[in-house]
Design a protein around this ligand. Structure first.
Ligand code: BES
Ligand code: MN
Ligand code: ZN
Length: 497
């Protein structure tokens, strides 16, 4: 969708959008449309019992007195509440309403609206929300009827001079989110370890340095945990590192390291999953996709920070060569693991990826993202990801970024009583604990691979990567969870300004 910030509205009839505040207070553009239509808008709002509630829409087709195919009045709530998130919500609601309406062009007029942020910023956030909500994945539909196809091609945001200054940064972030969603949505016959790496190559054009470990390199490093998962698949594993140094220094400080679980398909392996719903496991690489999208966003907006994204890419399959329950593998760290359940594979991928990242980059801060456990969905549902961390300051930084972006987190407990549940009689640890507290023992497992002094957070995003209902900023399906969160976390805590 094209976004523009023109000073006057397009002269051909198109969909026009005006804001109405709490209690039905008409914005200047709404009042003008109402006057031109002889009070038609006010009568329609009254008939709809519309009170200006944020995001609510009253739609007039072929409105009287103005050159518009339709007129949408959208509630903007109170002026104090009219912040960046509110304008994103409005953009999202507009895109959702008009995407397949037959309209090709729409304009929203913010002139004279009272808000908690400058209107230039508000306009860019409205456009950002529209961009995010307008994204769909239609590439495999070949027989869609014309009325099902998206029509909305351009959104003009009027009445806010200077919006362009805020636009580029938000567009970079939206591009990162959309990249993540596409990776998550692609099926596992299209996105597998090698093709994931191939799909990331264009990040080099943004200034990202890519490093790839193939299987011989991983063998040489002793990554027995991730290779054990991979050995049942005909698709070879990869580790991909994406380095963005936006500090302007050739000797930058140690990077923040972001690590993603990239299980491109999780059958469970020999501990095979039930058939029902197994197709969902194409998005078991949602952590890797979020890290990749975040790296895209950071580089595209030239973030003044040093950040490295590391993704462990592997397919978990049952096979004559697959690892068996009870196998003992040796991780790169030297610690041995009894693989009780081959379906608890994500932690086996993360432990080697995290260890390798620490050896190479000596980070002080690591954040990993993983669709790690079904148990986190039982605990928290779909609105929060679970956060596990060894550092209260890092918890506060991540929580704040989550609240600011809507990628919300909820902190979960950790401790020695959970840690001892993964002790093994035959090896240093086993890869599963009891059913109770399954997300916590998974986090404790990862923690055993975090070096002393490193601030680390693990985000279990199993419930937030993919949703069955559309939200304010996403269609149903892939949400792009994590990209805006990580971008904000870096911006607020690690960027020179
Ligand atoms: N990828 C799954 C977790 C998952 C389940 C994500 C459902 C999204 C939706 C993970 O690899 C897994 O299978 N975890 C097991 C762990 C268990 C064997 C200890 C689980 O959650 O059942
Ligand atoms: Mn699994
Ligand atoms: Zn998995």
């Amino acid at each position: 969708m094209i976004i523009a910030y023109p000073s006057t509205a397009h002269d051909q009839p198109h969909a026009r959008i005006v804001l109405v505040g709490s209690g039905g207070a008409l914005s200047p553009a709404a009042a003008a449309a109402d006057a031109a239509g002889g009070g038609q808008l006010a009568r329609a709002l009254a008939a709809a019992r519309f009170d200006g509630e944020a995001g609510a829409i009253v739609e007039l087709l072929a409105p009287a007195g103005i050159a518009a195919t339709r007129l949408l009045a959208i509630g903007s709530g109170t002026a104090e509440g009219a912040d960046a998130a509110l304008f994103e919500k409005l953009g999202g609601a507009i895109a959702a309403r008009l995407q397949t309406s037959g309209e090709t062009r729409a304009s929203v007029d913010l002139g004279g609206v009272s808000a908690a942020i400058p209107l230039a910023e508000a306009a860019a956030h409205l456009a950002h929300g529209a961009m995010l909500r307008n994204w769909r994945f239609d590439k495999y539909h070949t027989t869609m009827k014309p009325k099902q196809k998206p029509t909305l091609a351009q959104l003009d945001v009027l009445g806010a001079t200077g919006a362009e200054a805020f636009h580029a940064r938000l567009a970079a972030i939206a591009d990162g989110v959309m990249r993540t969603r596409a990776l998550v949505t692609e099926p596992a016959n299209v996105i597998y370890p090698e093709s994931f790496v191939a799909a990331a190559q264009d990040l080099a054009a943004l200034g990202i340095t890519l490093t790839v470990l193939d299987v011989p390199a991983m063998e040489a490093l002793g990554m027995g945990a991730v290779l054990g998962v991979a050995q049942g698949s005909v698709r070879p594993a990869r580790i991909l590192a994406m380095q963005w140094n936006g500090t302007g220094s050739d000797t930058p400080p140690a990077p923040v390291v972001l690590v993603g679980k990239g299980v491109t398909f999780d059958t469970g392996g020999i501990s095979i999953k039930p058939a029902a719903g197994m197709e969902d496991m194409k998005w078991d690489m949602g952590g890797a996709a979020a890290v990749t999208g975040a790296m895209h966003a950071l580089a595209a907006r030239r973030a003044k920070a040093h950040v490295v994204g590391v993704v462990g890419l592997v397919e978990n399959m049952p096979d004559g060569n697959a690892q068996r329950p009870g196998d003992v593998v040796t991780s790169m760290s030297g610690q041995t693991i009894e693989v009780i359940n081959t379906d608890a594979e994500g932690r086996l991928v993360l432990c080697d990826a995290i260890w390798w990242a620490q050896e190479i980059w000596k980070p002080e801060v690591i954040v990993d993202l993983a669709t790690l456990t079904g148990a986190i969905i039982i605990s928290l549902g779909h609105d929060h990801a679970g956060m596990f961390t060894n550092d209260d300051g890092l918890a506060a930084q991540l929580s704040a970024a989550g609240e600011a972006t809507g990628d919300r987190l909820w902190r979960m407990p950790m401790g020695d009583s959970f840690d001892k549940l993964i002790d093994s009689p035959i090896a240093d640890m086993k890869n599963v604990g009891p059913r109770e507290g399954g997300s916590i023992t998974a986090a404790q497992f990862i923690k055993r691979f975090v070096k002393p002094g490193v601030k680390w957070a693990h985000l279990d995003i199993a419930g937030t990567v993919w949703v069955s209902k559309a939200g304010t900023l996403h269609e149903k399906g892939a949400t792009g969870f994590g990209v805006r969160l990580l971008d904000r976390f870096i911006a607020d805590n690690f960027e020179a300004r």
